[in-house]
Ligand binder design. Structure first.
Ligand SMILES: Cc1cc2nc3c(=O)[nH]c(=O)nc-3n(C[C@H](O)[C@H](O)[C@H](O)COP(=O)(O)O)c2cc1C
Length: 176
């Protein structure tokens, strides 16, 4: 698989994702790496159109695509299990996106932790109320998933800023 052609996709075809693909994504997610293997992540799989529409207003901007997505996975983290829950939930979100890509699906990370609705309500509380999420879990983000209805160019060498790379010690720009 060529990761340079993985791009964020925000427009989706109005096609249901096959159950086996949803299951493959979840199987991969549930064994995603985590600090001390605490696996502090939990998920809510949303395919209900009404719920997706309500989720699309969970933040002021940047979640509208949920209204027309066939699938969203809400990523929850348990801070009681480990202080690396944000890292663990970020990794699992990325793995969900890469697995989706492998299955021919497009996806978008929708940040909700630390974000607010246009009425000023915390996105986390909005989603908690909507989806009945217990208080002991945080909502890190939502990953929207669907068959792409837009295409984007692959990344290429021009997009890569190798000045960010150092060798042996900071500031040494060659590996000789
Ligand atoms: C931590 C994080 C938060 C993001 N939040 C949003 C978001 O709330 N809404 C959105 O449309 N895209 C969001 N994105 C997607 C980025 O905008 C996207 O990854 C970036 O523009 C690079 O594009 P690419 O994924 O096609 O390489 C987020 C990505 C990350 C990693």
């Amino acid at each position: 698989m060529d990761f340079l052609s993985r791009r964020t996709i925000r427009k989706y075809r109005d096609v249901k994702i096959e159950n086996f693909k949803v299951n493959e994504i979840l199987r991969t997610a549930l064994v995603s790496p985590s600090g001390k293997n605490t696996q502090p992540y939990e998920f809510i799989v949303v395919e209900n159109k009404e719920v997706l529409k309500e989720l699309s207003t969970c933040k002021k901007m940047g979640a509208q695509m949920l209204e027309n997505a066939p699938l969203a996975i809400v990523v929850l983290g348990n801070p009681k299990l480990t202080d690396t829950w944000i890292e663990d939930c970020s990794i699992v979100s990325t793995i969900i996106q890469l697995k989706s890509y492998e299955l021919g699906l497009g996806s978008c990370w929708i940040q909700t932790y630390g974000r607010f609705t246009s009425e000023g309500v915390s996105s986390e509380e909005y989603i908690r109320n909507l989806l009945n999420i217990p208080e002991n879990l945080h909502v890190l983000n939502i990953v929207s998933i669907g068959y792409p209805a837009e295409s984007k160019r692959s990344y290429s060498d021009e997009d890569m800023d190798f000045s960010k790379v150092n060798y042996d010690k900071y500031g040494k720009k060659d590996n000789k």
